[in-house]
Design a binder for this molecule. Structure first.
Ligand code: FES
Ligand SMILES: [Fe+2]
Length: 457
């Protein structure tokens, strides 16, 4: 793929014949201007506090997976910034999930400490106050020693909004927030074919990074840096001819072509080893492939359709391009999806409890399970060869340190940049981010944050 002219529409269209408004269609360009964005957002404690009250306390955020709490009384803990929440299954229905602040009404102890658990009641370890799983007060130990005015409201656990989409549980601290599905704008329609609700988690990592959560987030909402930070993938990943779409509520996406040589890669003539590996993953014999490099993506798409049929995976709802490409969504404020027909890579960027110069990075991979020991998902999904893909066992969450093994090559390469960026953005010599149109999702995202910060949202 020779480097094409950058389009005057400021985005390539990967499916020019798609009908307007359909999931594949290029949406009209959103002119978000040319401002340079200030840098205190990445380090200043006052900015972080305001961001918490103005944005975090008002927005939906992905708390976890409904599949992690299949039975009544199962819960998981979701920590974000200074808060901690308990998300608990209260019954067998799809929507029988509630979320509460993880705090005891007596003197403020945390109620649960484990990431996952199963209970018939929540008991505070300090003085044994307890609550039912629906949040109603169960018992105040030695209640007769309290003057009635102190406890007459029988305080229930403080509840927050909790809604589920495709098996993904979101919470919102704002009781007046619009429903989750409205907030997600076009995403539920776009991602419906991927059928996330039927996926199983096969990889679950958490790690602390030495940077503000937005520095980490921003690095995954553009592929401008691929030519320098991830040159290994240029033989089979088109990092330049990208479709960018900007949606309501700060949401956006990029459609990224796998199976195509990057215009930034020198050798445009050969069916290189990277393309061959992708052909092989699609059960197409690379040695038997006699076409040009430009035809490889199509051959992979055909190969994948046939392979899916053999494996019993239903790819019928996908366009050909969806079979090869990364449908890469930015879900405001702190989640990215890499959606593939085989599964979904979820990245989540959480603010640190106290320090705006640190953050928590979460990586989860969900797949449509295949009970065949020879089955592997494409290498670009970053799943190690020894990971079980049958979906029968929920992998343990791994907590790894900064720089430790486990993130896979590409994300490890990204993570190296984080500490340097955190230092650089605080330099007196730096005036703020100047975004290219390749980074238009970042401009879109930061303008949405600005709307929260200035009270418009
Ligand atoms: S702090 Fe929870 S019972 Fe006292
Ligand atoms: Fe990267």
């Amino acid at each position: 793929m020779k480097k094409p002219n950058f389009p005057t529409s400021r985005s390539f269209s990967l499916e020019p014949n798609a009908s307007a408004g359909s999931p594949s269609a290029l949406s009209p360009y959103v002119d978000n201007g040319t401002d340079i964005f200030t840098t205190e957002r990445y380090h200043d404690i006052e900015f972080a506090r305001k961001e918490w009250t103005h944005m975090w306390r008002k927005t939906w955020s992905l708390a976890g997976l409904a599949s992690d709490i299949p039975n009544t009384g199962d819960y998981f803990k979701y920590d974000v910034g200074p808060e901690s929440f308990i998300v608990v299954r209260t019954g067998s229905g799809d929507h029988d999930i509630s979320a509460f602040y993880n705090v005891c009404h007596h003197r403020g102890n945390r109620l649960v400490f484990d990431d996952f658990g199963s209970v018939d009641k929540f008991v505070c370890a300090f003085h044994l106050w307890s609550w039912n799983i629906d949040g109603s007060l169960l018992n105040i130990q030695d209640r007769e020693t309290f003057r009635e005015e102190v406890v007459c409201d029988n305080p229930p656990l403080t509840e927050v909004r909790c809604e589920t989409w495709q098996g993904l549980v979101f919470i919102n601290m704002d009781p007046d927030a619009a429903p989750l599905l409205e907030f997600l704008d076009v995403l539920p329609e776009h991602l419906a074919p991927f059928n996330i609700a039927d996926m199983k988690i096969i990889k679950d990592l958490q790690t602390e990074w030495p940077c503000n959560w937005k520095i980490a987030h921003d690095a995954f909402v553009e592929v401008y840096h691929v030519q320098s930070v991830h040159p290994e993938i240029l033989p089979f990943f088109n990092d330049y001819q990208v479709q960018w779409d900007l949606y309501a509520n700060g949401m956006s996406r990029m459609l990224l072509k796998f199976g195509e040589v990057s215009p930034h890669f020198q050798d445009q003539e050969a069916v290189n080893e990277g393309l061959k590996a992708l052909l092989e993953e699609a059960d197409v014999d690379p040695e038997a492939y006699s076409g040009e490099p430009d035809g490889v993506r199509k051959a992979i798409q055909q190969g994948k359709r046939a392979k899916a049929q053999r494996l019993g995976l239903d790819f019928s709802a996908f366009t050909d391009n969806q079979l090869t490409d990364d449908w890469n969504y930015s879900i405001f404020p702190n989640v990215t999806f890499n959606a593939h027909p085989e599964g979904l890579l979820i990245q989540r960027f959480r603010p640190h409890a106290r320090d705006p110069q640190k953050s928590v990075y979460d990586l989860m991979v969900l797949i449509h399970p295949v009970d065949d020991p020879k089955y592997r998902v494409p290498a670009y999904m970053g799943v190690e060869d020894d990971v079980d893909l049958s979906g029968k066992v929920r992998p343990q969450r791994r907590h790894i340190g900064y720089g430790e093994e486990g993130l896979g090559m590409v994300i490890s390469q990204d993570s190296v940049m984080m500490g340097h960026m955190q230092e650089g953005v605080q330099s007196h010599g730096y005036a703020g981010a100047r975004y290219s149109e390749q980074e238009q999702q970042l401009r879109h995202w930061h303008l949405e944050l600005a709307r929260y910060m200035n009270g418009e949202k």
